[in-house]
Design a protein around this ligand. Sequence first.
Ligand code: NAD
Ligand code: DAU
Length: 332
Amino acid sequence: MRRILVTGGAGFIGSNFVQYLVDHTDVAVTVLDKLTYAASRESLAALPADRVRLVVGDIADAAVVTPLVGEHDAVVHYAAESHNDNSLADPSPFVQTNLVGTFTLLEAARATGVRFHHISTDEVYGDLELDDPERFTEATPYNPSSPYSSTKAGSDLLVRAWVRSFGVQATISNCSNNYGPWQHVEKFIPRQVTNVIDGGRPKLYGAGQNVRDWIHADDHSSAVWTILNQGRIGETYLIGADGELSNLDVVRMILRHFGRPEDDFDHVTDRAGHDLRYAIDSTKLRTELGWKPEYGDFAAGLARTIEWYEQHRDWWGPHKAAVEASYAARGQ
Ligand code: NAD
Ligand code: DAU
């Protein structure tokens, strides 16, 4: 592969993958990104201009998408509306981007024969009980809870149908919760870390018992590169790093890092339909394709991420007040 199109490459995980390609390969990268509120030109600013090109455009715009896809050897599709709380406030952009946008890209891949990798989420499987010994596998039935996760589930099903009906050369990956640099302050870890940096308190939805399965964004990127090169067409691969922790435990780790008392947080209004627990069994990816995560130690990865937010106030600071005002309006 010489030329790769990365949709949503100015977002949190997409920009990490672009950085990964620059660091580990010699491919030329085109980022197609609409530059929504979630995007960050700064995340790409340090990358060499002769390796990375930014095209500002909408994945649902066939006039932009079809010729652009045809100029590349592969598409890696990250672009999405990604935040559950926003999808509860207004589902409409989620339907437009996650469903219509993915459809538009698939039609372009069908017309051009270009290899397609679809980035998805473990949330398509719904949630697990806290004491359930099972974890999500590729065989778990779809059971999404939120407008966000239902549009991601729908986009996965579109990909599967385009493979089977039209022979599109596609793979899918479903990953657990990512953490690392460049994540928007609306998300859980950046919100709590920046609250504490600002002298405020973390905000825990409900009792804080909900469990998420954390993976460093660098590990997600290496997994996607592995699947893009070695994955079998038509297959789905789950990506996870055995990082299950309750939200309460994560908040306590953040508070400990700053030397603050472990109970120095607020309980706030719970998320409607809040999924209880996600947990990934990534055996298929590890055994069939030989992938393994590099970041086994969540505490160490979290500490580095906290330090990154301390050093990048100029980046997140301008967005913080508006995000907190919108949470406060919802009692969160
Ligand atoms: P993000 O919100 O940080 O970034 C999304 C990017 O997509 C932004 O740059 C935005 O401008 C762009 N975008 C949105 N709508 C667009 C459109 N219509 N046309 C072109 N670009 C558009 O999201 P993220 O957290 O980096 O997630 C990226 C992908 O990974 C999503 O598909 C998400 O479902 C998936 N995912 C995320 C996680 C996670 O923990 N964050 C875990 C598993 C899967
Ligand atoms: O599992 C993968 C998914 O992880 C991705 O598909 C999504 O794009 C990504 O946003 C993430 O979804 P979550 O809803 O799990 O992430 P979020 O950061 O919004 O919340 C993580 C947990 O923390 C969740 O249980 C809700 C809780 N939470 C969140 C916020 C913002 C709080 O307790 N307090 C908060 O202030």
